[in-house]
Design a protein around this ligand. Structure first.
Ligand SMILES: *Cc1c(COP(=O)(O)O)cnc(C)c1O
Length: 861
């Protein structure tokens, strides 16, 4: 579908108003066919025909194999089988998608638009089959055609258009929006290269580009007829209209075209099928014809190249801002195309502008789409001719903003000179937004200059910076954190001044995960057991029903069934580990998992230090003593940002320790360490159901929520964690006896950091012992690890590893003790799953819908 499409002739705008609005051309809208009743009937009959019985499914797979893929039965492999099956499922999705859109257009409900630079969707085939209720029929259908469904599912490449938790949250929320029948759209970027693939070479992470589109993507629909022109650079012209009013127009610069690609998201057990619209960049002109004719081929192709660069690659930094101009262009490209699409849809209804916030809710997933605020203001005042105040009222009633972090290095700031260069008109508007805002602050608290400089959208640094979080707060009617502790913390620290000024604007929306993917799909056997036990419950869409499992927690037969499934899941993971890492692990051992982005605040370093401690303790034991110990497999996984040197060293340390320990005959199965490369959604679906215990051990106050903690507990895995993020609320729900918590509390962190930095705190002797072992060289040249070792000394221990270490070891010992009691552990595991109702993304989405978006379900008959 890609390639060079010649420019289409575009309709001329009737009036020569101030500025050519980025023109949207949807071909079919202007030239709709007026079918006769008979013709329409024929169409409807034919469209209904493609049934969903096994025979029709097989026909459709075979047709796609023969025509879409142009394969004969002599030329078919599992990948072709996957593609043909996926295209056949896609046909079903598109039907629902069309019905949903038609229904929404007819009923015109208020819609929510979820703007996210990342959607970490993972695979779609299994998910779609389960949502459509067609898994069994497709299983039978492909089996008779000589395929095994599991193998086909395994052929799919992940859609990895996200870094980690934030992108996965957006994907879970789309699943819930669809399932709960909300009229919703996701908007994002179609990166040509998603999250890089991680390879481990000699213990180090190396990055390989993610060629996810190279073999085609059956889950997207190119909408080459839907495009928006996006401007960059240029200048602002000042004019006067007929009444003598000042008019600004943004002109010149570079024009890039945004083309829509639609990804249908089916609701589970409902007809509702919503859409994620991803924008891809294309040069406005395929060729500079003049330049081409002059023989200047390089230059004309060069322009095309530079435009395509905008959506080429996902920035691989999680919770870390990188102030690159290309990233700024991605952000504006995304919001500009999205807003024009939203506005086009709104304008079709011919409502007055003041009704915009009654028809449209826009959620900003972190500050990345915050330029949407000045962009909407610009469209309203420069292009639609509204007065500033009228426009600003519409803007602020439309937007809401989710904050995802308090880490200072993650806070988005853009330098004023760069913004001025790339988006000159937006910079002017931001200055005005800030001026009016600061005037109102001054009015309510006269004379407080410190307050003005703290709260200002512009930071008075050299050069000046635009604080995107401040802009997002000022331009939104609601601001939320993502777990109770985090929402409380932002109101007491980074946004304190705003809370005083905007009482009622801040609230909490604790994150959730979709139980469809993160229990029903990834743990099918446990899912069947739960369904069997709960009778006619629809727990997949009504997770509160899980609480009914509590009555069986002491039932010995049920405990056995429950733990047998855990063991089978561990065996499945063990097979994976052997294939991927060449390490044999014993499914009878405790599986202890830490999989997430590698980051200092998440403290994988503390984990591997404790593993070294465990190893040295085991080595010091007598054989008799050793035999009493609980065998453990310690599983790590996660990507480090390519430029994050210290995080990459942690990966190297884990692999170096693993090499030594795994080869130690004396230790054998008592301790095994594996680093599973290329952690992503599809491998998470194998790892999570297999965990006995997982670690969520961030320094208190640094992990906003965490969502993998929820996935693990939902699958009957216990948590070893700090009092941080959503761990706190998980603890409240499942009870103290079913979670292992330790460590300093969020409110103690500042003082402790201060003490670490300015006082000579003695090193914990057990930690010192571990450091000495690394220095001794058993894990290779200690100089390699010098920056890591150094970070714990001389005031460098920002994440308080040395403070929490002793308590961490104590908690680890409690885990070992608890695991020895098999029945006690089984009960805890059941109580974990049974207590997770709150953490469904359905609950979270209902809360957003009711208290922020003010939208209602719009259910297809
Ligand atoms: C859920 C998930 C995350 C988030 O994990 P945290 O432990 O909450 O940081 C990251 N990556 C993938 C692939 C996930 O599925």
């Amino acid at each position: 579908m890609s390639g060079n499409t010649p420019e289409r002739p575009r309709p001329r705008r009737r009036s020569s108003t101030v500025l050519p609005l980025p023109v949207l051309h949807t071909k079919y809208e202007d030239h709709r066919k007026q079918f006769t009743d008979e013709e329409r009937k024929l169409w409807n009959e034919l469209m209904e025909k493609s049934g969903s019985d096994v025979a029709s499914i097989q026909t459709s797979i075979a047709r796609h194999m023969a025509t879409t893929l142009a394969r004969t039965p002599y030329n078919v492999d599992d990948f072709a089988g996957y593609l043909a099956t996926a295209f056949s499922v896609r046909d079903q999705l598109i039907k629902r998608w069309n019905e949903t859109q038609e229904y929404h257009t007819a009923h015109d409900p208020k819609r929510v638009y979820y703007l996210s630079m990342e959607f970490l969707i993972g695979r779609s085939l299994d998910n779609a089959l389960l949502a459509l209720g067609l898994k069994d029929k497709y299983n039978q259908g492909v089996k008779e055609l000589g395929f095994n469904m599991e193998d086909l599912i395994d052929e799919e490449k992940d859609a990895a258009l996200g870094n980690g938790g934030l992108g996965r949250l957006a994907a879970c929320y789309m699943d819930s929006l669809a399932t709960l029948d909300y009229p919703a759209w996701g908007y994002g970027i179609r990166y040509n290269y998603g999250m890089f693939q991680q390879k481990i070479v000699d213990g180090f992470q190396t990055e390989v580009p993610d060629y996810w589109l190279n073999f085609g993507n059956p889950w997207e629909l190119p909408r080459l007829d839907i495009s928006v022109e996006v401007r960059f650079y240029g200048y602002v012209d000042k004019n006067y209209d007929s009444q003598g009013k000042t008019k600004y127009t943004w002109e010149g610069g570079q024009m890039v075209e945004a083309v829509a690609y639609d990804v249908p998201i089916p609701g589970y057990d409902t007809k509702n099928c919503i859409n994620i619209r991803l924008w891809s960049s294309k040069p406005k002109k395929t060729f500079d014809l003049e330049s081409f004719n002059e023989g200047n081929y390089d230059k004309s192709v060069g322009e095309q190249k530079s435009a395509e660069n905008i959506t080429s690659v996902l920035y691989p930094n999680d919770n870390h801002m990188v102030g690159k101009e290309l990233r700024l262009k991605q952000e504006y490209f995304f919001v500009c195309a999205t807003l024009h699409d939203i506005i086009r849809r709104f304008k079709k209804t011919k409502r007055p502008w003041r009704e915009f916030p009654e028809q449209v809710a826009i959620q900003l997933n972190d500050t990345h789409p915050t330029l949407g605020i000045p962009e909407l203001q610009r469209v309203l005042i420069d292009e639609e001719g509204l007065e500033w105040d009228e426009a600003w009222d519409i803007v602020t009633r439309t937007y809401a903003f989710t904050n995802h972090t308090v880490l200072p290095e993650a806070m988005e700031k853009w330098s004023v000179p760069m913004l001025e260069h790339v988006l000159p008109r937006h910079m002017m508007i931001i200055y005005d937004i800030n001026l009016f805002f600061l005037q109102s602050v001054e009015q309510s608290k006269p004379g407080d200059r410190d307050l003005l400089s703290r709260i200002s959208i512009i930071e008075e640094s050299t050069p000046q910076d635009v604080r995107m979080a401040h802009l997002a707060i000022v331009g939104s009617h609601r601001v939320n954190g993502v777990a109770a502790l985090h929402s409380d913390l932002i109101q007491k620290t980074i946004f304190k001044d705003f809370v005083d000024f905007y009482p009622g604007k801040f609230e909490n929306k604790t994150n959730g995960v979709t139980p469809r993917r993160w229990l029903h799909q990834c743990n099918p056997v446990l899912s069947d057991l739960i369904t069997k036990k709960l009778g006619d419950s629809h727990w997949t869409t009504k997770l509160t029903d899980l609480a009914k499992l509590k009555q069986f927690a002491d039932d010995k037969a049920f405990q056995k069934e429950w733990m047998d499934i855990k063991k089978a899941n561990k065996a499945r993971l063990a097979k994976h580990i052997e294939e991927r890492c060449g390490v044999k692990v014993n499914p009878e051992a405790m599986f202890d998992v830490q999989v997430k982005r590698i980051h200092e605040y998440k403290r994988q370093y503390m984990n591997i230090l404790s593993v070294i401690y465990r190893y040295s303790s085991l080595k010091a034991m007598s054989k008799a003593e050793r035999e009493k110990q609980v065998p453990r497999v310690i599983i790590f996984g996660g990507k480090a940002a390519p430029g994050y040197y210290v995080a990459k060293l942690v990966i190297k340390l884990i692999n170096s320790v693993a090499d030594v320990v795994n080869a130690d005959q004396e230790i054998g199965d008592l301790l095994k360490i594996v680093f599973i490369p290329d952690y992503n959604v599809s491998i998470a679906e194998v790892i999570i159901p297999a965990s006995d215990i997982s670690q969520h051990i961030s320094t208190a106050g640094t992990e906003a929520s965490g969502t993998s903690n929820m996935k693990f507990v939902l699958n009957g895995g216990l948590i070893l964690g700090t009092v941080d993020g959503a761990n706190v609320e998980i603890n409240e729900e499942i009870g103290d006896e079913n979670i292992f918590t330790f460590g300093v509390l969020a409110h103690e962190v500042d003082d402790l950091r201060h003490a670490m930095r300015y006082r000579n705190m003695p090193m914990d002797p057990k930690l010192q012992k571990v450091l000495d072992i690394i220095y001794s060289g058993v894990f290779g040249d200690p100089n390699v690890f010098a920056p890591l070792l150094y970070s714990l000394q001389n005031g460098g221990d920002v994440y308080l590893v040395s403070v929490d270490f002793p308590k961490y070891l104590e908690a680890q010992a409690k885990v070992d003790e608890a695991y020895k009691d098999k029945e006690g552990w089984a009960k805890k595991s059941i109580m974990c799953t049974a207590g997770m109702a709150k953490f469904s993304s359905d609950r979270a989405i209902k809360e957003y819908a009711e208290s922020i978006w003010n939208i209602k379900p719009c259910r297809l008959p």
